[in-house]
Design a protein around this ligand. Sequence first.
Ligand code: ACO
Length: 329
Amino acid sequence: MNLRTQILGVGHYLPEKRLTNADLEKMVETNDQWIVERTGIRERRIAPPEHATSDLATIAATRALSSAGVSPQDLDMIILATASGDHIMPAPACLVQARIGATNCVAFDLSAACSGFVFAASVADKYIKSGTHKRILVIGAETLSRIVNWKDRETCILFGDGAGAAVLGPAQTDSKSEILSEFLLADGTLSDLLTNRAGGSRLPLTHDLLDQGAHLVTMKGRDIFKNAVRTMSKCASHCLEKASMTLDDVHWIIPHQANQRIIEAVAKQMDIPREKIIMNLERTGNTSAASVPVALSEALENKIIKRGDVILITVFGAGLTSGALLLRY
Ligand code: ACO
């Protein structure tokens, strides 16, 4: 029997504290008009000091489990995608596992930066289709505010904190919901375009490096922009081809919520009508691995996306990684 994978439920969490463009004007030399024109972002959420990535992830996970009607004890696997884990080790996936009481499962992290949720969903899909695992919790969660350089106006305006989660399981025989195709890419030759130079085994943290802020995010924005447009379009097209579908079959596109201009450039390149695009970055900023599951969860909550709709997700991130996922919800 051919097993298929479906999303059983989703949930998300955004911290309450809003950091507006007006707030940023007081921190670096920037202004609301520049940020809105170049990125589309008006505000982003910032986690309270007592919360780390696993705390945000736990709230989103609990909401996804409740929406799926799945108990934590029934989970076989937790995959947490993040670029801003609580510690280098242990994996925040294990911290989430302990907090929700998922006592019968394996838990691990996946590192693909902003593409992480799509990569993690793709791994989960393979386990479910192989028949070895039946209930997999996939989470994208970030507290990027902890690794952003708040003195660098080119990067600090972009990012925000948040978490989104989905529970995946085998589709019932009569269910139309399923993951239809996926396509993943990586190009490590471009890894220096977006990186935290220090704090890992390459450059362990020293007082000097800390003073330089070398552990914080650095980015070559223009190069990232160009590669993002190219790879997001390429992955989305390959994903459609793999499923023998066209954009006419797709109800909704959820692109990684990095920058409105990147999304508009992808839409222009692929001839995607604006009304099919889900965009929430105006309120969230770029939440990296959390961006897609948060946008999906919000669109479901607001009854924009309905059961049976075909959704094309396309993402890119540090690595550089990129990927797309096509599914019928
Ligand atoms: N406020 C005001 N001016 C600014 C700011 C700011 N926050 N940041 C830069 N500028 C200035 C620059 O110094 C430059 O000034 P100059 O002309 O005097 O030299 C001018 O604005 C133009 O700068 P550019 O870098 O050319 O601006 P650009 O139009 O490329 O926009 C941006 C910059 C928004 C960063 C864009 O390149 C971008 O979005 N890139 C992709 C970033 C991204 O998505 N990163 C994350 C991807 S992966 C992941 O999601 C983890």
